[in-house]
Design a protein around this ligand. Structure first.
Ligand SMILES: Cc1ncc(COP(=O)(O)O)c(C=O)c1O
Length: 393
């Protein structure tokens, strides 16, 4: 049996940056300055520069970045916020925790992202819409020009869930998180820029919004021990900030490595008869779709490389990959409108979300993946899909 191939190998990355990180950890341990301070300030400045925004506000997680943004937008009991159903739970969880209702929008099956038209359609049924919350899923930017227009037409703020999309670019070449009212990032370890634990960041170009967010992340306190509103404790600690700031200069190289791996997978799958998500699986000689790529200056950062296979073989393929010790995962097997906690919410049909949930499977894409590993992943999948398609499964 060949060596296992993990879905993600963070030890391989750490081996390349250990000498950058270890002195910082020692320095913080010696200083005993764990909360706020120069490392946080430095990383906030680097992130603002990296995203091209005027401000960046650190917080405890991507989930909190969403929650704080929604709080700053005044979202509360009885309000509505439009978001996709095909996303990680945190997107809608943040809306719901404030007593507001997520209003689901379907995705475009080509990009896995929600669209401006979809948002406009969902908004037409809303009586108290307070914000729109599109997600740059898997590392690919939504149509930001269209989204900004829809937000303006609806008169609500556009909060970008950029948790999976740090460094990706929209069709104008602008960084995700740089054009919305706020951009929300996660530094969960599996993200392209991952911390040594949880962490998050909110970007914005609005000074008033930035100060409000800084207050909200610190119990709504300003000045010390005075609270005009209720905030929360949501800090990006000094250790996380230092690690992330040391990793940031490597980020584009890592994302390019992921993109080159995606090119390689694409070529192997397409040579075997697969198509891209821009076509239908019925029109390909191998029933397998690879992610359609946006044209430059857009940039997909491939936080996930997700293929699609017929729903009838997806779970059997997973079992086969488990036997072969090839890491993979399904993002996301149950769209949010089907989750028990949301099943009583009103919902229009979301066929593309349900189909993606049934057909998608994410493969190892981390930059340190070797050519031999990529070939084994692709060959194992192609052989499996070909033999099952051949017997008409
Ligand atoms: C789309 C999306 N939004 C929000 C989050 C929440 O981020 P965190 O895990 O840092 O709270 C994630 C994390 O996986 C995510 O993928």
């Amino acid at each position: 049996m060949s060596e296992p191939i993990p879905l993600l190998d963070l030890k391989a990355q750490y081996a390349t940056i250990r000498s950058d990180i270890e002195p910082l950890m020692r320095e913080i341990a010696e200083s005993q300055w764990f909360i706020g301070g120069p490392h946080l300030e430095a990383f906030e400045a680097s992130m603002a520069a990296y995203c091209g925004t005027a401000h960046a506000v650190g917080c405890a997680s991507g989930s909190d970045a969403l929650l704080l943004s929604l709080m700053a937008a005044g979202v509360g009991q009885g309000d509505e916020v439009i978001c996709p159903s095909y996303t990680f739970f945190a997107t809608a969880g943040a809306i719901s925790r404030l007593g507001a209702r997520p209003v689901w929008v379907d995705i475009d099956p080509v990009t896995y992202n929600c669209t401006p038209d979809g948002i406009a359609g969902a908004a037409s049924g809303c009586a108290s819409l307070k914000a729109i919350l599109p997600v740059h899923l898997f590392g690919q930017a939504v149509d930001m020009c269209g989204m900004l227009q829809v937000a303006e037409d609806l008169g609500v703020p556009l909060i970008e869930d950029a948790a999976q999309a740090i460094g990706s670019r929209d069709s104008t070449g602008a960084a995700t998180g740089s054009r919305g009212w706020t951009g929300c990032f996660s530094f969960f370890p599996s993200k392209n820029l991952g911390g040594f634990g949880d962490g998050g960041m909110i970007t914005t170009n609005d000074e008033t919004v930035a100060s409000h967010l800084r207050r909200l992340r610190n119990h709504g306190m300003e000045p010390k021990y005075f609270h005009a509103e209720v905030g929360m404790n949501s800090r990006l600690d000094a250790m996380q900030a230092a690690v992330l700031n040391a990793k940031l200069p490597y980020l584009d190289g890592w994302s390019e490595g992921r993109s080159a791996n995606a090119d390689d997978y694409d070529a192997m799958f397409i040579e075997s008869g697969a198509g891209t998500t821009a076509v239908s699986m019925q029109d390909t000689s191998l029933p397998l779709l690879v992610p359609a790529r946006p044209d430059a200056p857009s940039r997909h950062i491939f936080n996930q490389y997700t293929i699609r296979v017929p729903a009838s073989v997806r779970d059997e393929l997973r079992a086969h990959l488990n036997e072969q010790k090839i890491g993979h995962d399904v993002y996301y097997p149950v769209p949010l409108h089907k989750q028990e906690c949301f099943e009583t919410l009103p919902c229009e049909p979301l066929p593309a979300s349900e189909q993606a949930a049934a057909e998608s499977i994410a493969l190892p894409i981390y930059p340190e993946l070797t050519e031999a590993q990529r070939s084994r992943v692709a060959e194992t999948i192609v052989n499996f899909v070909r033999s099952h398609a051949a017997i008409g499964v």
